[in-house]
Write a protein that binds this ligand. Sequence first.
Ligand SMILES: C[S@@+](CC[C@H](N)C(=O)[O-])C[C@H]1O[C@@H](n2cnc3c(N)ncnc32)[C@H](O)[C@@H]1O
Length: 249
Amino acid sequence: MASKLDIGEMYKNYVAGVGGNSRSKNAAMATAIGGEFEAFGIIEREMLKHYGLGTDSYLIDIGCGSGRLAMPLAEIQSLKYLGTDIVPSLVEHARAIVKRPDWAFKLVDTLAIPEKDGVADMVCFFSVVTHLLHEQSYIYLEEARRVLKPGGLIVLSFLEFNMAFHWNVFEATVKDARGANQHPLNVFIERNALAAWAAHLHLDVVDIRSGDEAFVPLPQPLTMEDGRVMEGLATWGSLFACCANLLPE
Ligand SMILES: C[S@@+](CC[C@H](N)C(=O)[O-])C[C@H]1O[C@@H](n2cnc3c(N)ncnc32)[C@H](O)[C@@H]1O
């Protein structure tokens, strides 16, 4: 299990390019992971709570980026956390702003999750498998299952053609493929692929949500970067949750 991440190079190059156009380091670090740093971080946290993240849970956040999710989670004193990413500047930034010396932020360069078997309550991939080949996502799911306790949950966000508003992401990626820009690769995943991966990995599908289905209760109204206020129920892309119900083989 030491697959090198060629595709990670695309993300690294993208992050390196973002810095030059941004007003400040914080702005660059937010842009590098898709923006909406505060609002989406809170939505991600509330999503995980909705899926059962407890105050004493152990969460592994794959592709933690610059700390969008870790920031709002940091107020939960007894939560245990490991964040991993392939881009050094993002990992360093997350570690610096989150200020939880008891938490681990690790740089990775393979698809292995740097943790022992059967220890985590939840593994999340927010906007991460959207940048990987299907085969790489499958390896990551295999790894996630390995590090989960029996009954632990994997939560991942994905892009699908079924969602009309994901089309602009595809169009932008088509432009990139013509050589227009240098964004990270965006990969769509159809639900039958997720179902097949879960079946082959002996994971039970617990939930699957469309990106336009608001289902996460917000604790407070959230102001987006364009000034819109989100309140009540929120969502964040299409969501897939599966459970390691079976004992590891
Ligand atoms: C769109 S950002 C999302 C960041 C974070 N999950 C969030 O929601 O704020 C995608 C992140 O995935 C990371 N990434 C890309 N490929 C990865 C891989 N193979 N392993 C770990 N992280 C990866 C990128 O460096 C980047 O930080």
